[in-house]
Design a protein around this ligand. Structure first.
Ligand SMILES: [Zn+2]
Length: 411
Protein backbone atom coordinates (compact mmCIF):
# COMPACT_ATOMS: atom_id res chain seq x y z
CA UNK A 1 0.00 0.00 0.00
CA UNK A 2 1.27 3.47 -0.84
CA UNK A 3 2.11 5.65 2.15
CA UNK A 4 -0.96 7.82 2.98
CA UNK A 5 1.02 11.05 3.17
CA UNK A 6 2.74 10.33 -0.15
CA UNK A 7 -0.56 9.41 -1.81
CA UNK A 8 -2.06 12.72 -0.68
CA UNK A 9 0.96 14.72 -1.72
CA UNK A 10 0.98 13.24 -5.23
CA UNK A 11 -2.72 14.03 -5.54
CA UNK A 12 -2.46 17.61 -4.21
CA UNK A 13 0.35 18.69 -6.53
CA UNK A 14 -1.97 18.07 -9.51
CA UNK A 15 -3.92 21.18 -8.48
CA UNK A 16 -2.53 24.38 -10.00
CA UNK A 17 -2.86 26.75 -7.04
CA UNK A 18 -0.54 29.61 -7.95
CA UNK A 19 -1.45 32.84 -6.21
CA UNK A 20 -1.41 36.11 -8.15
CA UNK A 21 0.16 39.31 -6.86
CA UNK A 22 -1.68 41.43 -9.44
CA UNK A 23 -5.12 40.19 -8.40
CA UNK A 24 -7.21 42.08 -5.85
CA UNK A 25 -9.67 39.25 -5.21
CA UNK A 26 -9.66 37.10 -2.05
CA UNK A 27 -8.30 34.52 -2.53
CA UNK A 28 -6.20 35.90 -5.36
CA UNK A 29 -6.99 33.02 -7.72
CA UNK A 30 -10.15 30.86 -8.06
CA UNK A 31 -8.03 27.73 -8.43
CA UNK A 32 -7.06 27.91 -4.75
CA UNK A 33 -10.75 27.76 -3.83
CA UNK A 34 -11.18 24.62 -5.94
CA UNK A 35 -8.40 22.90 -4.01
CA UNK A 36 -9.75 24.16 -0.67
CA UNK A 37 -13.19 22.68 -1.42
CA UNK A 38 -11.57 19.34 -2.24
CA UNK A 39 -9.72 19.47 1.08
CA UNK A 40 -12.95 20.17 2.97
CA UNK A 41 -14.57 17.13 1.35
CA UNK A 42 -11.59 15.02 2.36
CA UNK A 43 -11.61 16.29 5.98
CA UNK A 44 -15.36 15.64 6.28
CA UNK A 45 -14.78 12.09 5.02
CA UNK A 46 -12.15 11.65 7.74
CA UNK A 47 -14.77 12.57 10.34
CA UNK A 48 -13.82 16.20 11.01
CA UNK A 49 -17.44 17.29 11.16
CA UNK A 50 -16.97 21.06 11.22
CA UNK A 51 -14.56 21.27 8.27
CA UNK A 52 -15.50 24.25 6.11
CA UNK A 53 -14.01 26.89 3.83
CA UNK A 54 -14.98 30.53 4.44
CA UNK A 55 -15.67 33.19 1.82
CA UNK A 56 -12.02 34.31 1.89
CA UNK A 57 -10.75 30.84 1.07
CA UNK A 58 -9.57 29.76 4.54
CA UNK A 59 -10.24 26.16 5.57
CA UNK A 60 -10.61 25.38 9.28
CA UNK A 61 -11.49 22.12 11.02
CA UNK A 62 -11.37 20.58 14.50
CA UNK A 63 -10.21 17.31 15.98
CA UNK A 64 -12.06 17.20 19.32
CA UNK A 65 -10.13 16.64 22.55
CA UNK A 66 -9.68 13.09 23.83
CA UNK A 67 -8.07 13.97 27.17
CA UNK A 68 -9.93 14.05 30.49
CA UNK A 69 -7.82 16.98 31.65
CA UNK A 70 -9.76 20.23 31.59
CA UNK A 71 -7.05 22.79 30.90
CA UNK A 72 -5.11 21.41 27.93
CA UNK A 73 -4.84 24.37 25.55
CA UNK A 74 -6.15 24.12 22.00
CA UNK A 75 -3.28 24.08 19.52
CA UNK A 76 -3.31 24.58 15.77
CA UNK A 77 -1.47 23.37 12.67
CA UNK A 78 -1.37 25.57 9.57
CA UNK A 79 -0.18 25.14 5.99
CA UNK A 80 -0.69 27.25 2.88
CA UNK A 81 -2.31 25.91 -0.28
CA UNK A 82 -0.92 28.37 -2.84
CA UNK A 83 2.31 27.97 -4.75
CA UNK A 84 4.70 30.66 -5.93
CA UNK A 85 3.47 32.66 -8.94
CA UNK A 86 7.08 33.13 -10.08
CA UNK A 87 7.26 29.63 -11.56
CA UNK A 88 5.04 27.44 -13.74
CA UNK A 89 2.71 25.43 -11.51
CA UNK A 90 0.25 23.80 -13.92
CA UNK A 91 0.47 20.24 -15.23
CA UNK A 92 2.95 19.20 -12.55
CA UNK A 93 4.25 15.70 -13.24
CA UNK A 94 5.59 14.36 -9.94
CA UNK A 95 8.19 11.61 -10.14
CA UNK A 96 8.97 9.25 -7.26
CA UNK A 97 12.62 8.20 -7.29
CA UNK A 98 12.18 5.10 -5.11
CA UNK A 99 15.01 3.87 -2.88
CA UNK A 100 17.33 6.68 -3.88
CA UNK A 101 20.85 5.34 -4.47
CA UNK A 102 23.03 8.45 -4.36
CA UNK A 103 23.39 9.32 -8.02
CA UNK A 104 22.61 12.69 -9.66
CA UNK A 105 18.91 12.96 -10.54
CA UNK A 106 18.39 14.33 -14.07
CA UNK A 107 14.80 15.49 -14.49
CA UNK A 108 13.40 14.07 -17.74
CA UNK A 109 11.70 17.13 -19.26
CA UNK A 110 14.84 19.29 -19.07
CA UNK A 111 18.29 17.67 -19.03
CA UNK A 112 19.79 20.83 -17.50
CA UNK A 113 17.64 20.32 -14.39
CA UNK A 114 19.91 18.17 -12.25
CA UNK A 115 19.77 17.44 -8.53
CA UNK A 116 23.28 16.68 -7.34
CA UNK A 117 23.91 13.53 -5.38
CA UNK A 118 26.10 15.50 -2.99
CA UNK A 119 23.07 17.56 -1.95
CA UNK A 120 20.98 14.46 -1.31
CA UNK A 121 23.53 12.48 0.71
CA UNK A 122 21.30 12.16 3.78
CA UNK A 123 18.44 10.74 1.70
CA UNK A 124 20.04 7.48 0.54
CA UNK A 125 17.41 4.73 0.55
CA UNK A 126 14.55 7.22 0.74
CA UNK A 127 11.83 7.78 -1.83
CA UNK A 128 12.49 11.25 -3.26
CA UNK A 129 9.77 13.14 -5.12
CA UNK A 130 10.66 15.74 -7.76
CA UNK A 131 8.81 17.45 -10.60
CA UNK A 132 9.77 16.63 -14.17
CA UNK A 133 12.09 19.59 -14.78
CA UNK A 134 9.92 22.38 -16.18
CA UNK A 135 7.55 23.21 -13.31
CA UNK A 136 7.49 23.69 -9.59
CA UNK A 137 6.75 20.57 -7.60
CA UNK A 138 4.64 22.47 -5.08
CA UNK A 139 6.12 20.77 -2.02
CA UNK A 140 6.03 24.33 -0.67
CA UNK A 141 3.55 23.90 0.88
CA UNK A 142 1.53 20.90 -0.25
CA UNK A 143 3.91 18.73 1.75
CA UNK A 144 2.69 20.63 4.83
CA UNK A 145 -0.96 20.23 3.78
CA UNK A 146 -0.54 16.48 3.19
CA UNK A 147 1.23 16.06 6.54
CA UNK A 148 -1.46 17.89 8.50
CA UNK A 149 -4.31 15.97 6.82
CA UNK A 150 -2.52 12.68 7.45
CA UNK A 151 -1.88 13.56 11.10
CA UNK A 152 -5.57 14.53 11.43
CA UNK A 153 -6.56 11.16 9.98
CA UNK A 154 -4.31 9.41 12.48
CA UNK A 155 -5.64 11.34 15.47
CA UNK A 156 -9.27 10.93 14.37
CA UNK A 157 -8.72 7.18 13.99
CA UNK A 158 -6.91 6.77 17.34
CA UNK A 159 -9.05 8.31 20.07
CA UNK A 160 -6.91 6.46 22.62
CA UNK A 161 -4.15 9.03 22.00
CA UNK A 162 -4.67 11.70 24.68
CA UNK A 163 -4.68 15.27 23.35
CA UNK A 164 -6.51 18.55 23.74
CA UNK A 165 -8.50 20.28 21.02
CA UNK A 166 -6.49 20.30 17.80
CA UNK A 167 -7.42 22.81 15.10
CA UNK A 168 -6.16 22.82 11.55
CA UNK A 169 -6.17 25.63 9.00
CA UNK A 170 -5.24 25.86 5.34
CA UNK A 171 -4.59 29.39 4.12
CA UNK A 172 -4.45 30.98 0.64
CA UNK A 173 -2.03 33.56 -0.75
CA UNK A 174 0.99 33.05 1.52
CA UNK A 175 3.42 33.42 -1.37
CA UNK A 176 2.17 36.92 -2.12
CA UNK A 177 2.38 37.97 1.53
CA UNK A 178 -1.37 37.98 2.19
CA UNK A 179 -1.79 34.67 3.98
CA UNK A 180 -2.50 36.22 7.36
CA UNK A 181 -4.67 39.09 6.05
CA UNK A 182 -8.03 37.40 6.59
CA UNK A 183 -7.01 34.79 9.15
CA UNK A 184 -9.65 34.88 11.88
CA UNK A 185 -7.50 34.30 14.97
CA UNK A 186 -10.48 34.53 17.34
CA UNK A 187 -12.46 31.95 15.40
CA UNK A 188 -9.42 29.65 15.23
CA UNK A 189 -9.42 29.80 19.02
CA UNK A 190 -5.97 28.35 19.74
CA UNK A 191 -3.34 29.22 22.33
CA UNK A 192 -0.65 28.76 19.70
CA UNK A 193 -0.10 27.20 16.31
CA UNK A 194 2.63 25.71 14.14
CA UNK A 195 3.07 26.29 10.44
CA UNK A 196 4.30 23.20 8.61
CA UNK A 197 6.30 24.99 5.94
CA UNK A 198 9.96 24.36 6.67
CA UNK A 199 12.93 22.47 5.31
CA UNK A 200 14.86 19.40 6.43
CA UNK A 201 14.15 16.88 9.18
CA UNK A 202 14.16 18.28 12.69
CA UNK A 203 14.11 21.97 11.82
CA UNK A 204 12.23 24.50 13.86
CA UNK A 205 12.24 28.21 13.06
CA UNK A 206 11.11 30.71 15.66
CA UNK A 207 12.98 33.81 14.62
CA UNK A 208 12.29 35.90 11.53
CA UNK A 209 13.36 39.29 10.25
CA UNK A 210 11.66 42.46 11.36
CA UNK A 211 10.74 44.28 8.20
CA UNK A 212 9.85 47.77 6.99
CA UNK A 213 9.26 49.18 3.53
CA UNK A 214 10.70 52.59 2.67
CA UNK A 215 9.48 54.64 -0.27
CA UNK A 216 11.91 57.43 -1.13
CA UNK A 217 10.33 59.90 -3.57
CA UNK A 218 12.51 62.40 -5.41
CA UNK A 219 10.72 65.37 -6.93
CA UNK A 220 12.31 67.27 -9.79
CA UNK A 221 10.96 69.75 -12.31
CA UNK A 222 10.02 68.71 -15.83
CA UNK A 223 9.93 70.97 -18.90
CA UNK A 224 10.18 70.44 -22.64
CA UNK A 225 13.83 69.40 -23.06
CA UNK A 226 14.27 71.94 -25.84
CA UNK A 227 13.54 74.76 -23.43
CA UNK A 228 14.95 73.25 -20.27
CA UNK A 229 18.11 75.25 -19.84
CA UNK A 230 18.49 76.44 -16.30
CA UNK A 231 15.05 75.14 -15.35
CA UNK A 232 14.77 71.36 -15.56
CA UNK A 233 15.61 69.27 -12.50
CA UNK A 234 15.74 65.56 -13.41
CA UNK A 235 14.48 63.36 -10.56
CA UNK A 236 15.92 60.28 -12.30
CA UNK A 237 19.44 61.70 -11.90
CA UNK A 238 18.82 62.58 -8.26
CA UNK A 239 17.59 59.05 -7.58
CA UNK A 240 20.61 57.55 -9.37
CA UNK A 241 22.88 59.69 -7.19
CA UNK A 242 21.05 58.43 -4.11
CA UNK A 243 21.28 54.76 -5.13
CA UNK A 244 24.98 55.22 -5.80
CA UNK A 245 25.47 56.51 -2.25
CA UNK A 246 23.90 53.40 -0.67
CA UNK A 247 26.30 51.04 1.15
CA UNK A 248 28.02 48.63 -1.23
CA UNK A 249 30.43 46.58 0.86
CA UNK A 250 27.93 45.86 3.65
CA UNK A 251 24.27 46.24 4.61
CA UNK A 252 23.19 44.62 1.32
CA UNK A 253 21.46 41.27 0.76
CA UNK A 254 24.30 40.22 -1.53
CA UNK A 255 26.96 40.89 1.13
CA UNK A 256 25.25 39.75 4.36
CA UNK A 257 24.19 36.49 5.98
CA UNK A 258 23.42 34.94 9.34
CA UNK A 259 22.10 37.55 11.74
CA UNK A 260 23.08 40.62 9.69
CA UNK A 261 20.42 42.97 8.39
CA UNK A 262 20.38 45.10 5.24
CA UNK A 263 18.76 47.87 3.23
CA UNK A 264 17.79 46.86 -0.29
CA UNK A 265 16.46 48.97 -3.16
CA UNK A 266 14.34 46.54 -5.16
CA UNK A 267 12.16 48.57 -7.49
CA UNK A 268 12.16 52.06 -8.97
CA UNK A 269 9.45 53.99 -10.81
CA UNK A 270 11.23 56.62 -12.83
CA UNK A 271 10.21 59.93 -14.35
CA UNK A 272 11.86 63.34 -14.73
CA UNK A 273 9.25 64.99 -12.54
CA UNK A 274 9.23 62.27 -9.88
CA UNK A 275 11.16 59.09 -9.22
CA UNK A 276 10.21 56.67 -6.43
CA UNK A 277 12.78 54.23 -5.08
CA UNK A 278 11.38 51.45 -2.91
CA UNK A 279 13.66 49.80 -0.39
CA UNK A 280 13.13 46.97 2.04
CA UNK A 281 14.79 47.31 5.43
CA UNK A 282 15.52 44.13 7.37
CA UNK A 283 17.03 43.25 10.75
CA UNK A 284 16.46 40.59 13.41
CA UNK A 285 16.49 43.32 16.07
CA UNK A 286 13.49 45.58 15.55
CA UNK A 287 15.34 48.42 17.27
CA UNK A 288 18.02 48.35 14.57
CA UNK A 289 15.56 49.16 11.81
CA UNK A 290 15.43 52.81 12.89
CA UNK A 291 19.21 53.20 12.58
CA UNK A 292 19.14 51.74 9.06
CA UNK A 293 16.24 53.98 8.11
CA UNK A 294 18.06 57.02 9.45
CA UNK A 295 21.05 56.14 7.26
CA UNK A 296 18.85 55.81 4.17
CA UNK A 297 17.16 59.12 4.97
CA UNK A 298 20.49 60.91 5.43
CA UNK A 299 21.80 59.62 2.09
CA UNK A 300 18.56 60.60 0.35
CA UNK A 301 18.73 64.14 1.76
CA UNK A 302 22.41 64.45 0.79
CA UNK A 303 21.62 63.36 -2.76
CA UNK A 304 18.75 65.82 -2.99
CA UNK A 305 20.95 68.64 -1.61
CA UNK A 306 23.47 67.93 -4.37
CA UNK A 307 20.76 68.65 -6.98
CA UNK A 308 19.41 72.17 -6.29
CA UNK A 309 15.71 72.48 -7.02
CA UNK A 310 14.95 68.88 -6.11
CA UNK A 311 13.29 67.70 -2.96
CA UNK A 312 12.71 64.34 -1.34
CA UNK A 313 10.04 62.82 0.83
CA UNK A 314 10.19 59.53 2.63
CA UNK A 315 7.52 57.15 3.76
CA UNK A 316 8.02 54.14 6.04
CA UNK A 317 5.50 51.29 6.25
CA UNK A 318 5.79 48.46 8.75
CA UNK A 319 5.67 45.03 7.11
CA UNK A 320 6.21 42.42 9.86
CA UNK A 321 8.15 41.87 13.06
CA UNK A 322 10.46 39.17 14.40
CA UNK A 323 8.17 36.47 15.77
CA UNK A 324 10.69 35.76 18.50
CA UNK A 325 9.55 38.88 20.37
CA UNK A 326 6.23 37.07 20.89
CA UNK A 327 7.54 33.52 21.21
CA UNK A 328 10.01 34.47 23.97
CA UNK A 329 6.96 35.31 26.08
CA UNK A 330 5.50 31.83 25.43
CA UNK A 331 8.50 29.50 25.86
CA UNK A 332 6.37 26.33 26.01
CA UNK A 333 5.41 26.74 22.36
CA UNK A 334 8.95 26.18 21.08
CA UNK A 335 10.04 23.91 23.96
CA UNK A 336 7.21 21.41 23.38
CA UNK A 337 8.06 21.31 19.69
CA UNK A 338 11.71 20.61 20.50
CA UNK A 339 10.58 17.76 22.77
CA UNK A 340 8.36 16.26 20.06
CA UNK A 341 11.20 16.40 17.52
CA UNK A 342 13.59 14.72 20.00
CA UNK A 343 11.07 11.99 20.79
CA UNK A 344 10.89 11.19 17.10
CA UNK A 345 14.62 10.52 17.20
CA UNK A 346 15.70 13.62 15.30
CA UNK A 347 18.32 16.22 16.21
CA UNK A 348 16.63 19.57 16.77
CA UNK A 349 17.87 22.11 14.20
CA UNK A 350 17.01 25.72 14.99
CA UNK A 351 17.20 28.28 12.20
CA UNK A 352 16.55 31.96 11.76
CA UNK A 353 14.42 32.89 8.79
CA UNK A 354 16.02 35.62 6.66
CA UNK A 355 12.53 36.63 5.64
CA UNK A 356 9.07 36.41 7.12
CA UNK A 357 6.34 33.80 7.30
CA UNK A 358 2.63 33.94 7.91
CA UNK A 359 3.68 32.92 11.42
CA UNK A 360 5.51 36.25 11.86
CA UNK A 361 2.25 38.09 11.24
CA UNK A 362 0.05 35.63 13.13
CA UNK A 363 2.31 35.78 16.19
CA UNK A 364 1.67 39.52 16.42
CA UNK A 365 -2.05 38.97 15.78
CA UNK A 366 -2.20 36.99 19.03
CA UNK A 367 -1.40 33.49 17.78
CA UNK A 368 2.21 32.54 18.60
CA UNK A 369 3.25 30.49 15.54
CA UNK A 370 6.74 29.07 14.93
CA UNK A 371 7.52 27.09 11.77
CA UNK A 372 8.22 23.35 11.73
CA UNK A 373 9.97 21.28 9.07
CA UNK A 374 7.83 19.80 6.33
CA UNK A 375 10.72 18.29 4.33
CA UNK A 376 10.63 20.96 1.63
CA UNK A 377 13.81 21.75 -0.30
CA UNK A 378 14.76 24.16 -3.10
CA UNK A 379 11.76 26.41 -2.50
CA UNK A 380 10.45 28.22 -5.60
CA UNK A 381 12.69 26.24 -7.95
CA UNK A 382 12.01 23.59 -10.55
CA UNK A 383 14.52 21.53 -8.53
CA UNK A 384 12.11 21.37 -5.58
CA UNK A 385 12.06 18.01 -3.86
CA UNK A 386 10.73 16.24 -0.79
CA UNK A 387 11.11 12.69 0.49
CA UNK A 388 8.39 10.34 1.64
CA UNK A 389 10.34 9.51 4.78
CA UNK A 390 10.71 13.18 5.78
CA UNK A 391 6.99 13.76 5.27
CA UNK A 392 6.21 10.71 7.42
CA UNK A 393 8.50 12.09 10.14
CA UNK A 394 6.66 15.40 10.04
CA UNK A 395 3.34 13.55 10.50
CA UNK A 396 4.81 11.74 13.52
CA UNK A 397 6.07 15.01 15.01
CA UNK A 398 2.61 16.58 14.71
CA UNK A 399 0.97 13.64 16.51
CA UNK A 400 3.66 13.54 19.20
CA UNK A 401 3.45 17.30 19.70
CA UNK A 402 -0.27 16.96 20.48
CA UNK A 403 0.64 14.33 23.09
CA UNK A 404 3.38 16.48 24.62
CA UNK A 405 0.97 19.40 25.13
CA UNK A 406 -1.44 17.03 26.90
CA UNK A 407 1.24 15.41 29.06
CA UNK A 408 2.71 18.71 30.16
CA UNK A 409 -0.58 20.18 31.25
CA UNK A 410 -1.24 19.35 34.90
CA UNK A 411 -5.04 19.25 35.08
ZN1 LIG B 1 5.77 28.05 1.93
Amino acid sequence: MISPVLERFLRYVQYDTRSDDSSSTVPSTPSQMIFQKALVAELLALGLKDAAVDANGYVMATIPATTKKKTVPAIGFIAHVDTSPEMPGAHVRPIVHAKYDGRDLVLPDDPTAVLRGADLADQIGHDIVTASGTTLLGADDKAGVAEIVTAAEHLAGHPEIPHGVVRIAFTPDEEIGRGANHFDVARFGCACAYTLDGGGRGEIEFESFSADLMTVSFHGFNTHPGYAQGRMVNAIKVAADFVNRLPKGDLSPETTGGHEGFVHPYVQHSGVDRTDVKLIVRDFATGELAAKEALVERLAREASAAWPGSRVDIRIDQQYRNMREVLDRHPDVVEHAREAIRREGLPVVTKSIRGGTDGSRLSFMGLPTPNLFAGEHNFHSRLEWVSRQDMEKAVDVIVTLCRVWEERTAL
